[in-house]
Design a protein around this ligand. Structure first.
Ligand code: ATR
Length: 276
């Protein structure tokens, strides 16, 4: 009797109930008629390694990894992509031939989202101004440098955290004071907020945006709300704006393709499904 294996994937985190990934992958599985499942898994940090090392025995072909496991995922993987090592964290694992492969697709998701939202983007037109120096900033900076951005002006509330990124990423990073953001907006061709400022329920985004040039590509990684203060102001200044939902959706594409064998589209319907 034939016993076809149905591929399993999912997302491991703690907490995990808020994750939208199961809705997204579930939607794609149904849309493309693929026999497979994608499930949320609440796994405590102490159990992470044992859980991941045994998942292939249960039929898992891979999984996404989220807080607090993204750094540990790199440490336990057998093979780590360059971009995941540069970022220092993994969000996408694939299990093959008894090995764990770790990748980070956040930077890819960011770039794909920019190209979709601002198709005329010219990464090499001038410096990018990046706000924030956390995990998301590392992914965004990797993506910007890979895309050919010549220089990155990096501003963070806590300057030493920005200096640490400069040490890792090198001479193309120029650290500027947080209070100097407004004064540097006019020299940037691309502006990206990677902080949580402006997120519903959190502190407001209060940077003075009067200096924004028209046609600057302005991206926010915050997606609740979808139209942040930064994006609203940027639109009024005739900039091209890119919201944070695109990055969330596009970062899921490589994993889905690897696990389930079909490259999914990120279209308006996909956005509607996740927002619903
Ligand atoms: P993530 O992995 O999503 O990037 P993170 O590592 O916690 O999350 O980083 C959050 C970023 O938002 C940091 O750059 C943080 O600045 P600090 O390094 O000074 O903590 C920034 N951030 C968070 N709250 C902020 C606030 N109220 N004002 C300015 N920056 C803030």
């Amino acid at each position: 009797m034939s016993d076809v294996k149905i591929p399993l994937a999912g997302v491991i985190g703690c907490p995990i109930s808020h994750s939208r990934s199961p809705i997204l992958h579930g939607y794609w599985l149904k849309k493309y008629g693929i026999a497979g499942h994608y499930v949320p898994m609440h796994v405590e940090a102490v159990d992470f390694e044992v859980a991941v090392r045994n998942m292939h025995k249960l039929g898992f072909v891979g999984c996404n990894v989220t807080i607090p496991h993204k750094i540990r995922a790199i440490e336990i993987a057998d093979v780590v992509t360059d971009r995941a090592s540069m970022i220092g964290a993994a969000n996408t694992l694939t299990f093959r031939d008894g090995k764990i492969y770790a990748d980070n697709t956040d930077g890819y998701g960011f770039t794909a989202s920019i190209w979709q939202g601002a198709p005329d983007w010219q990464p090499d037109a001038g410096p990018a101004l990046v706000l924030g120096a956390g995990g998301a900033a590392r992914a965004v900076i990797t993506a910007l440098l890979d895309s050919g951005v010549p220089e990155i002006l990096l501003a963070n509330r806590t300057r030493p955290n920005a200096e640490a990124l400069k040490n890792d990423f090198g001479a193309k990073i120029k650290v500027i004071e947080w209070v100097q953001v407004a004064a540097n907006l006019g020299s940037a061709s691309t502006v990206v907020n990677t902080t949580s400022l402006g997120m519903t329920g959190g502190p407001e985004f209060k940077v003075n945006l009067d200096g924004l040039k028209p046609k600057t590509v302005v991206a926010d990684i915050v997606y609740t709300p979808l139209r942040t203060t930064l994006l609203d102001e940027a639109e009024k200044a005739s900039c091209h704006t890119v919201d944070g939902l695109g990055m969330l959706l596009h970062q899921a594409v490589p994993g889905f393709e690897r696990w389930f064998g079909h490259r999914p589209d990120v279209d308006d319907e996909t956005r509607r499904v996740i927002l619903a």
